[in-house]
Design a protein around this ligand. Structure first.
Ligand code: PLP
Length: 407
């Protein structure tokens, strides 16, 4: 009997009951705007920021409308302006170059390695071209952060971290987002806590924090923040910083607060799913698994593997054979961007320069989500199906009868 998977790769868990109750309470009193408080009341948004700062061990935190908005705000806060070059990963999601472009700045892409982290040799070669690196820990893969910070510090380059896939991850015990000047997170439905949309910004720098609060649209109500610097820091900035509204609201903050406490347990469950799938694919012919360094304490909310040297037609055959058995794989080698998956050379507004090493990696890069609605049995079944179908395609079972190898 041919096994088939019937779960949904896009179905997250429901919002926890206590988060629903907190959201209903906000709806009942009607004060959804973060600065709409009654005397003595602390808003859900201000409390959420305080709790997130504590969780990350950061001095300051700001909640905003999206992860993309958090990154654009961080870039503005560190002084990026029109025409400035900002280094970033060639392998990332569209909102990352989009945040750079939203300031009229110019993304310059750095290669990816076949372990899916930023290529630090290519970074060292390009670091002199910019004052800022927007580092994306894409799909949760964390590079050697000591070496990255050494390269950037030596060149006077400010690092902003995109931690959309590393909320809850650590490098040598330090939370992801705590190495650079600022860390940015997303609370969009597919990330590690779910408010539909949302973003966090963290930093230890008082001036960057105050600028970010003002930029996010605090009017002159910044004293109602619980994870921001004192009013004296704002005094010097408030008349020189534009209001670019992108605030978090109390409804989404209420949904998020109980989820922060669940993060460690969620990370453990993601790790279990990831490790089950990884064990199922270990040693399979024709595919390569990424090597994860021992200093990296990752989350594992998605899984990637490489089909090194495969022809595009063979990859297509594998995708359709897996899809026929209920396993939805995403491919970073497609000519056209599809749904959430796009490539640096699709971002034409950024006038990307060709990166042959990155092209070779992305040509064979397969990606799948591991939502927490999956069980360990599901992860094992997905592993068996992929392993089996890779073997079938290698044996020439594709309807096109394609050879797998490009050479
Ligand atoms: C989701 C995501 C973001 C932020 O996206 P928003 O949809 O704006 O919250 C940033 N970087 C990466 C790599 C992402 O996947």
């Amino acid at each position: 009997m041919t096994e088939r998977f019937t779960g949904s790769f896009t179905q997250q868990e429901p919002i926890p009951d206590d988060a629903i109750a907190a959201a209903v309470a906000v709806l009942r009193h009607g004060r959804l705007h973060r600065y709409n408080t009654i005397p003595g009341e602390l808003s859900e948004t201000a409390l959420l920021e305080q709790e997130f700062a504590a969780l990350m061990g950061a001095r300051y935190a700001l909640a905003v409308a999206s992860g993309g908005y958090a990154m654009a705000t961080a870039l503005r806060a560190v002084g990026v302006g029109p025409g400035d070059v900002v280094l970033s990963n060639a392998f990332t999601l569209a909102p990352v170059p989009g945040a750079i472009a939203s300031l009229g700045a110019v993304p310059r892409f750095v290669d990816v390695t076949d372990d899916l982290t930023i290529d630090l040799d290519d970074l060292a070669a390009k670091v002199g071209q910019a004052k800022v690196l927007l580092l994306s820990h894409m799909r949760g893969h964390v590079c050697d952060m000591e070496r990255l910070m050494a390269i950037c510090n030596a060149a006077g380059v400010t690092v902003i971290e995109d931690c959309a896939h590393t909320m809850g991850a650590h490098w040598r015990g330090l939370p992801s987002g705590r190495h650079g000047a600022m860390g940015c997170y997303s609370m969009q439905t597919y990330k590690h806590v779910n408010a539909g949309e949302g973003g966090f910004l963290i930093t230890d720098d008082a001036e960057l924090a105050a600028k970010s609060v003002l930029l996010s649209g605090s009017y002159m109500l910044y004293e109602r923040h619980l994870a921001a610097p004192g009013p004296e820091v704002f005094e010097a900035l408030r008349l020189d910083t534009p209001n670019i509204s992108g605030r978090m609201d109390n409804l989404r903050a209420a949904i998020l607060r109980p989820q922060l406490g669940l993060l460690p347990e969620r990370v453990a469950r993601w790790r279990a799913l990831y490790e089950t799938l990884e064990a199922g694919l270990q040693g399979a012919n024709g595919l390569r698994l990424t090597q994860r360094p021992s200093h990296e304490d990752y989350v594992g909310s998605s899984f990637q593997f490489l089909l090194p040297g495969w022809k595009p037609q063979a990859v297509q055959v594998l995708l359709s054979r897996c899809a026929a058995r209920g396993v939805e794989l995403k491919w970073f080698g497609a000519d056209q961007p599809m749904a959430f998956t796009s490539r640096y050379d699709h971002w034409r507004y950024a006038t990307p320069v060709a990166l042959p090493q990155t092209d070779a990696v992305l040509a064979g890069l397969i990606d799948l989500r591991l939502p927490l609605t999956f069980s360990a049995d599901d992860a094992a079944l997905i592993g068996r199906i992929i392993r089996d179908e890779v073997a079938q395609v290698l044996a020439g079972a594709g309807p096109l009868g394609v050879a797998t190898r490009a050479d």
